[in-house]
Design a protein around this ligand. Structure first.
Ligand code: UT7
Length: 331
């Protein structure tokens, strides 16, 4: 009988651009108030990439930090997976830009598009590559520069989003630490609820699409909200069941940070006390797939997860897509 190989996270990193956009700044841009944004969403401020920074620049910096912690060299990486919905260009893949920037010259490189659930989807792919011995060192980067696809005249969306990148190095391990379970799912009947309609093969860029602001995020916030809570709870439970664990076994839940009310409703239904829920929405807003990647890196660096702890990521987003991952922390 062969020994079970698990995919362990051996290093994490993140990068947040320096520019901070506060609720007070937004009050000058659209008809809103710090009070409305704080109570309805939980966001106080968010980060914005500099004009010369694209997704690959943010992602490369997060990747360098994860490699440093894993004590891995860029040329040792066999595969680079980037989760993004706001890449440098529609093609080539942002993964190829990052591969070049960090010098991961021996890596296969590709992007995946699963919006806010992208990091969890990418971890699942990386886990499979490692468990099947296809690759030994896989680098996962989740990055979004949502400020570039946000309609700054739409108060229903512009107060929510921010820019950032998170990364993780995954390697095989024969000990019991690593990614224990990943659950992912989707519902394509709801593609209309959250989308960027223009610029693809359905609606190529034209004077008309520009006039209609079709190159910006369109969201039915209210409808997404209700579906989000159900999907987050269900995903978190599914991944726990797959790992044969119960809520009380989870040291820290790192939920996608779309709205503090979604996070609180999820925590309440899972009966998880506040000290076991990771929240950073007040600092960064919703950074799509990068949110859970940055959350995992921050939680580790803040000492909130230690070797041997079970940590769970859970997310939900456009597609619709959703997912959760249970990790036995090994660093
Ligand atoms: O990343 C994963 C996918 N995304 C999500 O999960 C987002 C889920 N949705 C949400 O977080 C919330 O639905 C929002 C924060 C987007 C909106 O909150 P809401 O409590 O659902 O508000 P609403 O859309 O029902 O709007 C309530 C009122 C409206 O005014 P009227 O029609 O009642 O007069 C809006 O026009 O609030 C108004 N409103 C605002 N007021 C001040 C909407 N945005 C703003 C704003 N400032 N920024």
């Amino acid at each position: 009988m062969g020994t079970i190989i698990r995919a362990a996270i051996t290093g994490t990193g993140s990068y947040l651009p320096g520019k901070i956009l506060t609720n007070a700044d937004l009050e000058k841009m659209v008809e809103t108030s710090d009070e409305w944004i704080t109570t309805r969403t939980g966001v106080k401020e968010r980060r914005q990439a500099a004009p010369n920074e694209a997704a690959s620049d943010l992602g490369a910096e997060a990747a360098r930090r994860a490699l440093k912690q894993a004590k891995a060299l860029p040329e040792e990486i066999d595969c680079l997976i980037v989760a993004t919905i706001s890449g440098d260009m529609p093609f080539p893949a942002t993964a190829c830009f990052i591969q070049h920037l960090i010098g991961a010259k021996n890596a296969a490189a590709f992007d995946i598009s699963a919006a806010c659930s992208g990091y969890i989807y990418a971890l699942n792919i990386a886990k499979s590559f490692i468990e099947t011995k296809t690759y030994k060192k896989v680098l996962v980067v989740a990055v979004d520069v949502l400020s570039r696809i946000t309609d700054w005249s739409d108060r229903g969306t512009c107060v929510l989003f921010g820019d950032g990148a998170g990364a993780a190095v995954l390697e095989p391990t024969k000990d019991e630490n690593g990614i224990i379970s990943v659950y992912i799912g989707s519902d394509g009947s709801a593609t209309d609820l959250l989308k960027l309609p223009g610029g693809g093969s359905r609606l190529p860029v034209s004077a008309e699409t520009l006039k209609n602001r079709d190159h910006y995020i369109k969201m039915s916030g209210n409808e997404i909200f209700k579906l989000a809570v159900t999907a987050m709870i269900n995903s978190a439970q599914q991944a726990m069941e797959m790992a044969h664990l119960k809520c009380e076994d989870i040291k820290l839940l790192i939920p996608h940070q779309a709205n503090i009310r979604i996070i609180e409703a999820t925590a309440k239904r899972l009966k998880l006390p506040v000290e076991r829920i990771f929240v950073n929405i007040q600092k960064y807003g919703n950074m799509s797939g990068a949110t859970t990647a940055i959350g995992l890196d921050e939680a580790f660096r803040e000492g909130r997860i230690k070797k041997g702890d079970y940590v769970e990521l859970v997310a939900f987003g456009a597609g619709l897509t959703w997912g959760a991952a249970v990790i036995k922390w090994g660093i």
